[in-house]
Ligand binder design. Structure first.
Ligand code: SF4
Ligand code: SF4
Length: 114
């Protein structure tokens, strides 16, 4: 999920499709880090990944709301770089391959290439 724009606020498909990994230096336990470490789990010796919702496999623990209707990232200002860099033009209604694929998997019309 990228900027807090209407397309993403009514979607959230990427947050239930792709597992987000991040370098451990982004965790709030590292100097200058911001991502809440408690919402992550170890992935490799140098990376972590966002935890999944306990009842919904594949859904990021930080996502609130109903996919395809209204969602929000509960750690938006602290989200991993992989999230803020994902489909950067979705904020203006332009998707990319990964964004469009996530939307298709959840029966949401792809944004397309603009
Ligand atoms: S799949 Fe695309 S439109 Fe949907 S939340 Fe992610 S970046 Fe936004
Ligand atoms: S941290 Fe936020 S933007 Fe990133 S996958 Fe989870 S809910 Fe989506």
């Amino acid at each position: 999920m990228t900027e807090s724009a209407s397309a993403c606020c009514a979607c959230g498909a990427c947050c239930v499709t792709y597992r987000v990994t991040l370098p451990r230096i982004e965790l709030d336990t590292a100097p200058g880090g911001r991502v809440p470490a408690g919402l992550t789990e170890p992935y490799t010796p140098t990376t972590a990944c966002m935890r999944e919702h306990p009842d919904i496999p594949g859904r990021c623990i930080a996502l609130a709301g109903e996919v395809g209707v209204a969602v929000t990232c509960t750690i938006y200002p602290q989200r991993p770089s992989a999230c803020s860099e994902f489909a950067p033009l979705s904020a203006i209604g332009i998707g990319d391959e990964a964004c469009d694929e996530a939307r298709r998997r959840h029966c949401i019309s792809p944004l397309g290439g603009g």
